[in-house]
Design a protein around this ligand. Sequence first.
Ligand SMILES: [Fe+2]
Ligand SMILES: [Fe+2]
Length: 309
Amino acid sequence: MAGFTIGKQGTFLETVHFDDNLEISLFTRGDGVEIIQQTIGEGKLFYVYPSGNVNALEFYFIVSGEVECEVENKKYILSPKDYFIARELSDPIHFTALSKVSLLCVFTEQTFVHISKDISSLIEIKKQVELKDIYTQKHSDRVANYSVKIAKKLKLNKEKLENLAIASVLHDIGKIHVPSEILNKPGKLTDEEFDIIKKHPADGAAMIKESYYKELVPIIEQHHERLNGTGYPNGLRGDEILLEARIIAVSDTFDAMTEDRAYRKAFGAQFAIDELKNLAGTHYDQEVVLALEEILKEEGLIDYCTTGK
Ligand SMILES: [Fe+2]
Ligand SMILES: [Fe+2]
């Protein structure tokens, strides 16, 4: 039935096997929350660290095995059905697995993506793309940074925000298939060359499909679509394009304009935002462009008094 999932023993979205003594598996994720299983070998030490985010909550439930921890010089032994919670923790707490232990964990902060083998291999590809294209060093990180700021202004929920951040970092991975002569060509591209470039959103989407972040597929595929249907690869229009993809479109274009290119020097932030405003409503989402303008003003990158166009 729609909305209902049964998971048979041992089925996970992804499992990361560190060694024989540590395995972390993701059951599910949603609305910023992750439900995880950790299996730790007998005699092994593990830590729970304070989080940088004061609102973050980590809940651990002992499913099997026993663990020992020492807090303020007092020792505690935790057995099956016992649990512990870390919230606004002041210092790291260390635990010892007295026997092979299995923990069910609920984290309100995205954790698994940082250890995911799928995602780290895609981040590796992103780095290779940036090495190949000499003008896009750190491009994706900057796009992610603008996109997250815009999404916060537009009040996207936590899950959308987290997905958008990862999709932004990975948006151009499909360029791994574009020859560097085309990526770095100083002159105008031929139609054939542009056709090759145009494949990168769908190629990138196909690469993500294999990871547990499948829901990022349409965002990556749509990041070059434009509101009036002139974008690629599918010529989608208006609301057919996901808001997340419309946000990346704006951050991506702004970053491309404010960086040097093989054929021109970087434009200033004011010029770039004015260009985006000229194309708002036809190519770019008006609200998204205005949110970016607001951010640039707040950061002092453009003047408050300049009306632009
Ligand atoms: Fe792109
Ligand atoms: Fe890009």
